[in-house]
Ligand binder design. Structure first.
Ligand SMILES: Cc1cc2nc3c(=O)[nH]c(=O)nc-3n(C[C@H](O)[C@H](O)[C@H](O)COP(=O)(O)O)c2cc1C
Length: 223
């Protein structure tokens, strides 16, 4: 399937056939997330394929009763690792890019410039910016996964409305889910991706017109 076609076919799917997701297709979806680009290649993510029924029921509760979450054969727990922005780990990622020839810089430039600069170094900021940057990277990763899911003939839905660090709600239940998922301290559960064989064919949802969201050179200047 061409990428343009996969994007055109995109719908959030909330009804799934009971059959399991083929292992190979699931692996390709997860790998699409792994291959996503990220800020200075820090890759602050971890993806957990949840198939455990009891845990899926807890995710329904955590998402304030969004029942379709448990009806999906697989729920991908999209986790953000805020520790990935710590300077030693950010440094490692940058040095790896230099080593791979993807960036023209030296270790001195990394240490004396990039890792001290508030524009280049996310760790120079407080927790809310770090969380925002983490979400930014995850959005790209689950976007890649969504397109690959369509390509594999699967349906999925991004679920962001649940208790976690972003919403600050349902703290107790969230901590329970964190323990079930065995999340390390600085790894947060920031999105869910429900995945399965579609059992519905909804029409495309409305979108703003091309001209209302695209301009040339200046805001409002027609493209
Ligand atoms: C970050 C994010 C969070 C979302 N959270 C939820 C959610 O909690 N529950 C849900 O049913 N849909 C959720 N959605 C799906 C949107 O409602 C959906 O993408 C939008 O209505 C457009 O429909 P479409 O995806 O079928 O084109 C979320 C989408 C995004 C991008």
């Amino acid at each position: 399937m061409e990428t343009t076609e996969a994007i055109a076919k995109w719908r959030s799917i909330r009804r799934y056939k009971p059959e399991p997701v083929p292992e190979g297709a699931l692996r390709k979806v997860l790998d699409a997330g792994r291959k996503a680009p990220s800020w200075e290649n820090v890759q602050p993510w971890h993806f957990i394929a949840v198939v455990d029924e009891a845990l899926k029921q807890k995710l329904v509760k955590l998402s304030r009763g969004q029942k379709f979450v448990a009806s999906a054969p697989v729920v991908i727990a999209v986790c953000g690792d805020v520790g990935a922005w710590d300077k030693p780990r950010n440094r490692e990622a940058l040095l790896e890019l230099i080593e791979a020839g993807a960036m023209k810089a030296t270790a001195e430039v990394v240490d004396n410039l990039l890792l001290k600069d508030p524009v280049f170094c996310v760790a120079e900021h407080g927790p809310s910016i770090i969380l925002a940057r983490t979400m930014e990277q995850l959005g790209i990763a689950y976007g890649f996964m969504c397109v690959e899911a369509v390509n594999q003939g699967l349906g999925c839905c991004i679920v962001g409305a649940f208790g976690n660090e972003m919403t600050g709600s349902l703290r107790e239940l969230y901590d329970e889910v964190r323990a079930d998922l065995a999340l390390p301290e600085r790894v947060y559960l920031l999105a869910l991706l429900t995945l399965g064989v579609p059992d519905e064919q909804p029409p495309a949802r409305p979108r703003k017109t091309f001209d209302s969201v695209v301009s040339k050179n200046k805001y409002g200047n027609p493209f």
